[in-house]
Write a protein of this length. Structure first.
Length: 348
């Protein structure tokens, strides 16, 4: 079981919209998934750019004085939280000689066009990578004195790419699992988990156990941790003398958000960090809680010194306050960690 990312296609988040606007946005949805190579230097993503999301509103950083209400604005946070980070020669010395000489590391990830993959990742109007994951890796790169050479693949191919040496590092919201730790190492940088987003009028305000879902329609992605949890718990409602929950599976989140808007879906079961972000950006929804958590980390080859260097760099960012600024910028409190570890105990 893993903390997979939400389904690949996603409904663009209308930050201030009526249900009709949500439906119209979904009808116009088109997301192109691309593969290729791109250069993404540490600290060079334009964090202070004034590009905006669709709608052309002038952006303000959420949480800063005069910031736009994230529930009623199309602004993309643009606060520069990376450029002030400086290199730490002692940590840079932990990298392999080849990386120290070239001042580069190759990173495998998936491309997230537009802003629909936020808070993890996306692109601004100029095609510049943005997002929580981007800020984190850029800050880590600056600490280690390296530039990231980003290569785009697919979620299933990144870890094998690390194993076969194509990538030095993999980053794609990979949850730590026992099976994965047998073939790659992890350097953790946040916690994600399994959570619930409800329609505004759903007759519950929190979910602490699967029996809280009894009688409701739950939407999630097939072949995921979320499907396995719902399948394993399917008999619990009957055991509690309640009507069972009904599960609908979608590989695209557009129909899930449509369902939440039109009453055909009561609850979306998905990754914590993304759903917390959705709760403040998708109208008429509410975050209902989390039932389990999973550490997420950079992936490196087994035994590679790069893993420890990445972990030490994350801990330096935690200590100097940069890490907290990054999470505050993207509005996802409660998903950070207090200490990065290499190969922590897996929860699944």
């Amino acid at each position: 079981m893993t903390t997979e990312r939400r389904p690949a296609r996603r409904l663009p988040r209308p930050l201030a919209a009526t249900t009709a606007t949500v439906l119209a946005a979904a009808l116009g949805l088109f997301l192109l998934t691309a593969c290729g190579d791109s250069s993404d230097s540490a600290g060079t993503s334009d964090s202070s750019a004034s590009d905006t999301a669709a709608g052309g509103a002038s952006p303000k950083t959420a949480g800063s004085p005069g910031a736009a209400d994230p529930g009623s604005s199309t602004a993309i946070p643009t606060e520069d939280v990376v450029s002030g980070v400086t290199a730490d020669p002692a940590l840079a010395a932990e990298l392999p000689a080849a990386a120290r000489s070239s001042h580069t590391l190759t990173l495998g990830t998936t491309r997230a066009p537009g802003t629909t993959g936020l808070p993890h990742g996306g692109e601004d109007a100029k095609g510049t990578p943005i997002g929580l994951d981007v800020d984190l890796r850029d800050a880590v790169g600056k600490v280690l004195g390296i530039t990231w050479k980003v290569q785009y693949g697919t979620f299933p191919t990144v870890i094998p790419g690390v194993q076969n040496g194509r990538y030095d590092v993999g980053q794609d919201n990979f949850g730590v699992t026992k099976a994965r730790e047998q073939v790659v190492d992890f350097a953790t940088y946040l916690n994600d988990g399994q959570s619930f987003l409800g329609a505004k009028d759903v007759p519950i305000d929190s979910v602490t156990a699967l029996t809280d879902l009894c009688g409701l329609t739950v939407a999630t992605s097939p072949g995921s941790t979320f499907q396995q949890i719902l399948t394993d718990g399917a008999s619990k409602c009957a055991g509690a003398g309640k009507k069972p929950y009904k599960v609908q599976y979608f590989t695209d989140t557009a129909p899930i958000f449509l369902g939440l808007a039109n009453g055909k879906v009561d609850v979306f079961f998905g990754p914590t960090l993304g759903l917390k972000y959705d709760a403040t950006h998708v109208p008429n929804t509410k975050f209902l809680g989390e039932i389990s958590t999973t550490p997420v980390g950079f992936v490196t080859a087994k035994g590679s010194p790069v893993g420890k260097a990445l972990s030490d760099a994350v801990n330096k960012l935690i200590a100097d306050g940069t890490y907290a600024k990054i999470f505050a910028k993207w509005g996802v409190p409660g998903t950070g960690i207090t200490k990065s570890e290499v190969n922590p105990a897996a929860t699944f």
